[in-house]
Write a protein that binds this ligand. Structure first.
Ligand code: GRF
Length: 201
């Protein structure tokens, strides 16, 4: 499987997927890292890893134009599976349907709880005792596609959005590579860490 990873920022999830692939844990190869932001930190990480990169700016473009650019880059790279990893653009129904069953996203909450943005604020506001992250197939319903796996972490009374985000991100970095491996027919494995309960469907 030829995997493309779409990012908008730091790319910490992308980096863990690259590392897992290098360690032979992902049955596929990463053929492209694409960002809609030319300053995305993840682009430098991808280059260091020797992975082809592309920037398709979304700023100042219609959604149709932007997505045409993304599709062209994916086709030129020969990608047949897409991982959204910190990708901060909502994709159109047409684009999502075209990649139905071949596109994953990671969301930093236990869906269906806390969809959308500012998820850690929502969790703190709701005074839940646990939160976490979800890897799901992307469908036209925002943050609503079939769940591949989730990872649970505690929420502490003194948490701020930043402290919770940091704890959830550690779980993301465990979950995403394992969930991707499973979707690609691999044998998912991860280093069990205290305080993170990981479950794949
Ligand atoms: C992560 O918290 C992820 O849940 C969200 O974007 C954030 C940044 O991800 N989708 P990354 O460090 O760019 O992978």
């Amino acid at each position: 499987t030829k995997i493309a990873i779409l990012i908008s920022g730091r790319g910490s999830n992308m980096a863990t997927i690259i590392e897992a692939q290098r360690a032979g844990k992902i049955p596929g190869e990463i053929v492209l890292v694409l960002s809609n932001k030319d300053g995305a930190g993840g682009l430098a990480l991808a280059k260091q890893a020797g992975i082809p990169t592309a920037v398709v700016a979304s700023k100042g473009k219609s959604r149709a134009e932007f997505e045409k650019g993304v599709q062209t880059a994916l086709e030129e790279a020969g990608a047949d599976f897409v991982c959204l990893a910190g990708f901060m653009r909502v994709l159109s129904e047409d684009f999502v349907v075209r990649w139905n069953g071949r596109m994953l996203n990671i969301h930093p909450s236990l869906l269906p709880l806390f969809r959308g943005l500012h998820v850690h604020e929502q969790a703190i506001e709701a005074k839940v005792a646990v939160s976490g992250c979800t890897v799901h197939y992307v469908t036209p319903e925002l943050d609503g596609g079939p769940i591949v796996g989730q990872a649970v972490v505690p929420v502490k009374a003194e948490d701020t959005p930043d402290t919770l985000a940091a704890r959830v991100q550690k779980a993301e970095h465990l979950l995403y590579p394992a969930a991707l491996a499973k979707c690609l027919g691999g044998e998912p494995e991860w280093d069990v860490q205290p305080g993170i309960l990981l479950s794949l469907r």
